[in-house]
Design a binder for this molecule. Structure first.
Ligand code: TXA
Ligand code: MG
Length: 324
């Protein structure tokens, strides 16, 4: 099957058919590509876990067209969930809500809560709409990578992960490049479990309250495990100063080493200049790490971006990649 252009006549129909028959399809979203199965079928969802090598107790996000479909999975929506849905759906914000008992058991990994997101990518929406016509209200879809590895932002990345048997709907390179912000709206106060491209300030403005960070009362969010989103090479985060000093003493040939730096002066295929803009880095980050891996480098030096709110999502991913 392999990569199929989403614009190709019949591609969405074929993908919807496969999903209805309990198969898996990789789907583009505005954040990263997802590995989708119908959320209402535990056997179909079990294949996602098997394919990714993901432990069964790590819950998945269920993707829906909008609030109406979300309500079919949720045991009501809290005020925080309603506010985020109104402000950011469709878009890169996932809300965790209390789950309607018996709905999406496998996707929720048995938890009493469920993560819901309405993607805005036109291909994901077309597929969700076609599935909804067949009575399938949601698609469980984690990022389409092997467990712990870097998320895919192109159809080719997905094929590199899982081989040619998987149907990958090609919708081009993802516009945002890092995964959605996740806000737990199931408790008394909203908690930011994973930062994304939508900033903490924007989320708080919509919520009209401050976000708490995860604490011991927060639900387990294994994607927030320290080591995650990691390339195969060892990634080392360095301050601008450290980077400057290290680059001065670089040997002429930098066998096995790649550099991703805002101030990299050298012209070398394994030195990549990091853009100044956080959204531009988010868009290219996972592709840059994968390209370094493909060249077989053993070590990646990355210059630590500024510690300002617009960089929170990128800094989070870099820290986890470095914790590998
Ligand atoms: O942008 C995205 O969110 C992408 C695209 C495909 O939509 N999806 C994605 O899914 O990043 P995944 O499975 O790679 O990450 C979802 C995270 C995981 O860390 C999981 O542990 C957490 O969401 N999660 C899911 N359900 C949860 C729940 N009920 N409680 C706490 N955390 C949950
Ligand atoms: Mg993931």
């Amino acid at each position: 099957m392999g990569i199929v252009a989403a614009s190709h006549a019949g591609a969405i129909e074929q993908a919807a058919q496969l999903l209805a028959e309990r198969g898996l399809v990789a789907v583009p979203t505005e954040t990263v590509y997802g590995l989708a199965a119908r959320a209402d079928d535990d056997a179909a969802v079990a294949q996602i876990f098997a394919t990714k090598g993901r432990p069964a107790d790590h819950p998945l996000i269920v993707h829906v067209l909008g609030r109406d479909e979300a309500l079919s999975f949720a045991a009501g929506l809290s005020d925080a969930a309603e506010r985020l849905i109104a402000a950011f759906w469709p878009g890169p914000v996932t809300v965790i809500v209390r789950r309607s008992p018996g709905r999406a058991n496998a996707a929720a990994a048995g938890l009493p809560t469920l993560a819901l997101r309405s993607p805005r990518h036109p291909v994901a929406r077309a597929l969700l709409a076609r599935c909804a016509q067949q009575g399938i209200a949601g698609l469980a879809a984690p990022s389409a990578n092997r467990f712990g590895h870097v998320s895919p932002t192109t159809a080719a990345h997905v094929s590199d992960e899982f081989g040619p048997a998987l149907m990958v709907l090609d919708g081009g390179a993802c516009e945002l490049g890092i995964e959605s912000a996740i806000v737990d709206c199931s408790g008394v106060a909203p908690v930011l479990l994973r930062p994304g491209v939508v900033t903490r300030e924007q989320l708080e403005q919509a919520l009209a309250v401050s976000l708490r960070g995860p604490d011991e009362h927060s639900p387990p969010a294994p994607g927030t495990l320290e080591s995650h989103y990691a390339p195969h090479a060892t990634l080392r985060l360095m301050s601008s100063h450290e980077m400057q000093e290290a680059l001065q003493v670089l040997p002429a040939t930098i066998e096995g080493l790649a550099v991703y730096s805002r101030t990299a002066p050298r012209r070398h295929p394994l030195v990549q200049v990091m853009p100044d803009d956080a959204q531009a880095v988010a868009r290219e980050l996972f592709a840059v790490l994968r390209a370094f891996d493909a060249r077989g480098v053993k070590l990646i030096w990355v210059e630590r971006p500024p510690d300002t709110p617009d960089w929170e999502g990128v800094n989070d991913r870099l820290q986890r990649a470095a914790a590998h």
